[in-house]
Write a protein that binds this ligand. Structure first.
Ligand code: NOJ
Length: 600
């Protein structure tokens, strides 16, 4: 280095370290600089994950079903969102009884979605844009059309017999197990071919694999390696806590009565199998793994994700999305709505679960949930923009890896079907049949489904205002939400105040500010029933986040640690407020979200 260069370098370093660098210059620092030196950094902690339901994203061939080529054609859009990882719901060969959660060939691509070369092109296209790809691992059960099951049901002597759980009928009826999707509610289905019952926690066409059989585990691990070798960056693991079972199938132990989910999630060899999975597949690559943490509690979560367990890295819990339902009824919302205080308690409890060890995730919508905006915000025309952007601010300002569901960046909302014939989802269809058989109140059920049904979150993505929202030139597999004429990418693309552009802004904001990723979280003013406020702190940086969860104007006087400050500097606000603001009480417009720091 020449003397002159060296001098210039020293001066710049000195200016920076003496904080003489102009403020604007400091703001210009890249996110990467600001993250330097933070301990235990991992890409999957810093990532924003964008979930795509492939069936509904973009159809390239006019059959009404989204496909891989469709996704490929929209990679630049995905890139424009700024997200780091895409999680695709199952794309493997499947008769689609549960839209791909019933796999008939783990190493083949679903015909409707395309071919393996389409997949390879998609993966390449994502990697070329710096986006990672996470697939869905559905390994608790397969389809009954998988060759393993076809063999297994043929005879009791078949080499594949023990790939599944069978109960010989001569032993009498097996102890009851509950099924999520069965019209009769039972997870045992009698199969005359071998005079035995097989187990299916989900639909009858989704028999549970027998993980107690080492051959099954090896098949799954080798399948995972097959995808990793192709370059896939990780797996989201469907109902993974359910894989291990007590194969004596005793009566449900007393402590689990009324709580079969937590029985299913605590099988005898669960963690042994996850450790094997880590050893045989996950640990060999720099990949992410996230458990669908059904039945997992703050007390059991660490066993799945702590680094020294050598099992998985992340899980997502159900406490948040389970809030607000009437007890003992199938997905009926409490007409009184949900309690914001209970909501805060859930997310605060999960934050503290991972405060010292492990790492959390956060989501408000996915393919099993209604639309985030309808469920947690307010989808009326007056408030859809404000409440969507407020919820986005929440998701992207918490200390957990955010999972953001496709379409939420547009403010897509529940379609609210009127009749059962509009639905396609096995869960709604079978529950309807069950209630009908039992002589229950079908109108009440259908009314509840308008808010809670999974198909609300599965309607086709809204690209533009052309026919079928630009999703397909054919007949869409599920009706398009009629609001597509105004709620769509094309309309929002050029509007600087759109939900879409706010999402992009928030993603960049999180990316550039480690305090939002790694900073400690502290809940403020817990008992406030209208406002969710918290601080995020990293080193000398301390930020406040204030979210108005109501359609009314609210006044909020920050307490400690922001008490008594003369001035606030607003860093982000979904009503566009920016920069220096007077201290004291904050007036929050309906669903306003504000992130600020205190100016000393
Ligand atoms: C959880 C998945 O998210 C859901 O869509 C599916 O129906 C069940 N597991 C069964 O695989």
């Amino acid at each position: 280095m020449s003397i002159r260069l060296l001098a210039a370098f020293c001066l710049a370093t000195l200016l920076a370290s003496c904080k003489l660098m102009p403020k604007e210059k400091e703001e210009e620092k890249t996110g990467e600089d600001k993250f330097a030196g933070i301990p235990n950094r991992k890409w999957w902690k810093e990532a924003v994950v964008y979930q795509i339901y492939p069936r509904s994203f973009k159809d390239s061939d006019g059959d009404g079903v989204g496909d891989l080529k469709g996704i490929l054609s929209k990679l630049d859009y995905i890139k424009s969102l700024g997200v780091d990882v895409v999680w695709l719901n199952p794309i493997f060969a499947s008769p689609n009884n549960d839209n791909g959660y019933d796999i008939s060939d783990y190493e083949g691509i679903m015909k409707e979605f395309g071919s393996m070369s389409d997949f390879d092109a998609l993966l390449k296209g994502m990697h070329a844009r710096g986006i990672k790809l996470v697939l869905d691992l559905v390994a608790n059960h397969s389809s009954d059309e998988h060759n393993w099951f076809k063999q297994s049901r043929m005879s009791r002597e078949n080499p594949y017999r023990n790939y599944y759980h069978w109960w010989p009928a001569e032993r009498g009826k097996p102890a009851p197990r509950f099924s999520f999707f069965d019209v009769e509610g039972s997870a045992w289905k009698y199969d005359a071919a071998t005079n035995a019952y097989y187990l299916h926690y989900f639909g009858r066409k989704q028999p549970d694999l027998n993980w107690e059989n080492p051959a099954v585990r090896n098949e799954i691990f080798s399948m995972m390696n097959f995808w990793f070798k192709k370059g896939v960056d990780g797996f989201r693991m469907d109902v993974i806590p359910f894989i291990s079972k007590d194969t004596s199938f005793p009566l449900l132990p007393a402590q689990y009565h009324g709580n079969f989910v937590s029985y299913y999630a605590n099988g005898p060899h669960l963690h042994e199998y996850l450790r094997d999975m880590n050893k045989e597949a996950l640990s060999k690559y720099d990949v992410m793994s996230v458990a669908e943490g059904i039945g997992v509690t703050p007390a059991t979560a660490h066993d799945f994700v702590d680094a020294d367990r050598n099992e998985l890295q992340l899980l997502y819990h159900f406490d948040g999305v389970g809030l607000g339902y009437l007890p003992g009824q199938f997905k009926q919302m409490d007409p009184k709505g949900y309690s914001l205080v209970a909501f805060k308690d859930i997310y605060s409890r999960w934050d503290s679960t991972f405060e010292q060890k492990g790492w959390g995730t956060i989501y408000l919508g996915n393919h099993d949930q209604p639309r985030m905006l309808t469920r947690w915000g307010n989808d009326s025309p007056a408030y859809r923009v404000a409440s969507s952007t407020m919820l986005t601010t929440f998701l992207l300002s918490m200390r957990a890896t955010p999972y953001y569901y496709f379409g939420d960046e547009l403010g897509m909302s529940n379609i609210r079907f009127d009749t059962i014939s509009d639905y396609r989802d096995i869960e709604t269809l079978n529950m309807y049949q069950k209630i009908k058989k039992e002589g229950g109140d079908l109108a009440y059920f259908l009314n509840g489904q308008k808010i809670s049904a999974r198909d609300n979150g599965r309607t086709p993505f809204q690209w533009d205002s052309s026919q079928n929202a630009g999703f397909t030139s054919g007949q869409p597999w599920l009706r398009v939400n009629p609001n597509y004429t105004t709620v769509n990418v094309a309309a929002e693309e050029n509007d600087p105040h759109s939900i879409l552009n706010y999402f992009r802004k928030m993603v960049q904001f999180r990316r550039k500010n480690p305090v939002l990723v790694y900073g400690t979280y502290q809940l403020l003013d817990r008992d406030n029933r209208a406002i969710y406020a918290y601080s995020r702190t990293l080193g000398n940086e301390q930020w406040g986040v204030v979210l108005n969860f109501t359609s009314a104007v609210q006044y909020y006087t920050p307490g400690s640690p922001f008490k008594g400050s003369d001035k606030r500097f607003v860093l982000m606000d979904n009503y566009g407020i920016e920069g220096d603001q007077p201290g004291g009480s904050i007036t929050l417009k309906p669903y306003e979200a504000m992130i600020f720091k205190v100016v000393k």
